[in-house]
Design a protein around this ligand. Structure first.
Ligand code: NAD
Length: 349
């Protein structure tokens, strides 16, 4: 039996909590990587995992990612993440979400949640009936920060893609820049719409074919196969589905000068950051480019801000990425490693 502390992704987590609710059958993991800068903040993922080990690894990697993301976004928040192990025999129910809310509450504010894949704003409302350690709730006033983080994440990714195109290709406009987008849900779909307005040429792929077909018709994008999107000759490959998609094999087949997208934990292993760098592909570290959503829900939770402040902070993402790319070029270190080093310095590790 492997012990939690020995897992490769453990990385000094402060705590990892395993929960089970007998009545609803809910199983959930809440991983807290660091509370050095504040309460561990990060969304809840609801997902059908192949097995429990995969769920643990996902929670650990996502939680550490949140520590780094919150630190690099300049938020007084630590890093944590929850995963709910979806079970095909039971649908997500208000009772299950209530049980999950009680689990969060039992941590007394060391963990603050919000939406992630498979969790909606309505789900967060159910959770908030049991605990105050929730953000990503509907906003009552137009000017308030908060609510669905997806559009804010999409805006940050959009600004990051533009910064990458400027940095690597020297182009100020997205007109005719070809972007291949994997996953067009909340983040990827928002990104696609923003890029379409700028006249970018878009190729999109999504396992939800109906949704992708509809979006393609709406914005004039081309549909490409799930296996083709990562091999397409384009200016940018933008991953906006799930993580660990950049590995030895897929990196060898990339046919783009830039990888910049919102998916969390895109690199399958740390060595893959080096592999991308060795291929002279500009890589936008995911937790820097996709921090728009946590800036929005983080400021909502901290309770002292509004949409203008959120947008002001999201507008700093391109400068942060450019600083990383410049340091990467001068130090000859992969951008992912440069970002990790900067984040670790901020969280005192
Ligand atoms: P979502 O569920 O709205 O969208 C994900 C999309 O990817 C769906 O349309 C799904 O059908 C598609 N998809 C899944 N597997 C695929 C595959 N193999 N190939 C192609 N498409 C596939 O989720 P989202 O909120 O848009 O999040 C997308 C990614 O961005 C996730 O990695 C998430 O962790 C990350 N992220 C999201 C936010 C946010 O604010 N929502 C913030 C930071 C990071």
């Amino acid at each position: 039996m492997s012990i939690m502390w020995d897992l490769p992704d453990f990385d000094g987590h402060e705590a990892v909590h395993f929960f089970h609710d007998v009545e609803t059958g809910l199983s959930a993991i809440i991983a807290l990587h660091s509370t050095h800068l504040g309460p561990g903040a990060g969304g809840t993922r609801f997902w059908h995992y192949e097995n429990r080990e995969t769920a643990v690894t996902d929670a650990l990697r996502l939680s550490r990612g949140m520590s780094f993301k919150n630190a690099m976004a300049g938020l007084p928040l630590g890093g944590g993440k929850a995963v709910i192990l979806a079970d095909r025999s039971r649908a997500k129910s208000p009772e299950m979400l209530a049980a999950f809310g009680r689990m969060i509450d039992s941590l007394g504010g060391r963990y603050v949640t919000a939406e992630d894949v498979g969790i909606s704003t309505a789900d967060m409302v159910e959770v908030s009936k049991q605990t105050k350690y929730v953000s990503g709730l509907p906003v009552s006033d137009d000017g308030d920060a908060g609510g669905d983080p997806g559009p804010f994440t999409a805006m940050g990714v959009y600004l990051g893609v533009k910064a990458a195109v400027k940095h690597k290709l020297g182009r100020d406009s997205m007109e005719d820049v070809h972007v291949a987008i994997q996953g067009v849900g909340s983040v990827g779909g928002g990104l696609a719409r923003l890029l379409a307005k700028d006249g970018a040429r878009l190729s999109i792929a999504d396992i939800n074919k109906d949704h992708a077909t509809q979006l393609a018709a709406e914005i004039g994008a081309s549909m490409v196969g799930l296996d083709d999107v990562m091999r397409l000759e384009a200016d940018v490959f933008s991953p906006n589905a799930l993580g660990a998609i950049l590995d030895k094999v897929s990196i060898a087949h990339l046919n783009v000068p830039i990888v910049a997208g919102g998916a969390n934990n895109q690199l399958a292993t740390p060595e893959d950051g080096q592999r991308i760098f060795d291929r002279n592909i500009l890589f936008a570290p995911d937790y820097v480019i996709n921090s728009g959503g946590i800036i929005n829900v983080g400021l909502e939770y901290l309770g002292d801000s509004n949409v203008d402040e959120v947008n002001h902070r999201i507008a700093k993402i391109p400068a942060r990425l450019t600083e990383i790319w410049k340091e990467s070029a001068s130090s000859k270190l992969p951008s992912a490693e440069v970002a990790d080093n900067m984040a670790r310095a901020l969280i005192g590790r």
